[in-house]
Design a protein around this ligand. Structure first.
Ligand SMILES: [Zn+2]
Length: 215
């Protein structure tokens, strides 16, 4: 899809975003309102709602502490009695199922990866700056995630998403024993990690890109 293409309800993304923002200005915090356009958008484009046939009927803006004058949480009313935070802006740039699963896999190995940073508080590459992030030197994380997802069929992945307890308001997670998770944990036993500063992380990635194009 190109920029400016019609995305939803006869509107391109930018126009749709503006239109919704403009409409939302009319409502006060905690005022309950209906909006067919946003209901439809969420029902059709939200990663979880679209798979599970959920369509919020009402909305409200909720005060979010520390978010400034214009900040608020946006909530939808589902199944007549469940209020739940739901992002309409995310529906404009729907995450693919692969993005969602990759993030869940990343979250799952967060502690393994963080342990490297504790062991190497100074950047392993330049030896100068504190290490702030972890580079998957080899294989790259995206590659691990790709192979991990290959262990599951399309139906498995759909099922993983629809079985997820979205109502708990926790980030999407996969079951610890699903093949993709097992693969990811296994891969991290031998993956080459490096605790690096931001600059070295970028330069590592750049070097790898250059090496790939030379091949
Ligand atoms: Zn460095």
């Amino acid at each position: 899809m190109g920029r400016g293409d019609i995305f939803f309800a006869g509107l391109a993304k930018t126009a749709l975003r503006e239109k919704i923002r403009e409409r939302l200005k009319a409502y006060a915090i905690d005022e309950v309102f209906e909006d067919e356009l946003i209901s439809d958008l969420i029902a059709q484009k939200h990663y979880y709602c679209s798979i599970n046939a959920l369509r919020p009927t009402h909305f409200r803006k909720r005060f979010r502490p520390g978010s400034g004058v214009n900040g608020y949480d946006f909530e939808g009313l589902f199944l007549t009695s469940h209020w739940r935070k739901v992002s309409w802006t995310q529906c404009l740039d729907p995450k693919t199922r692969e993005d969602i699963i990759e993030t869940a896999l990343r979250d799952a190995v967060q502690s393994i990866v963080a342990a490297r940073k504790t062991r190497f508080p100074v950047c392993e590459k330049c030896g100068q700056t504190p290490s702030t992030e972890i580079d998957h030197v080899s294989p790259e994380f995206a590659e691990i995630a790709r192979y991990a997802m290959d262990t599951m069929t399309q139906e498995d992945l759909d099922e993983a998403i629809s079985n997820f307890d979205w109502w708990k308001e926790e980030p999407f997670a996969l079951s610890k024993n699903c093949p993709a998770m097992l693969y990811t944990f296994e891969a991290h036993k031998t993956a080459q990690l490096q605790a690096v500063c931001k600059e070295c992380h970028l330069s590592n990635a750049k070097e790898r890109r250059a090496a790939r194009t030379r091949k």
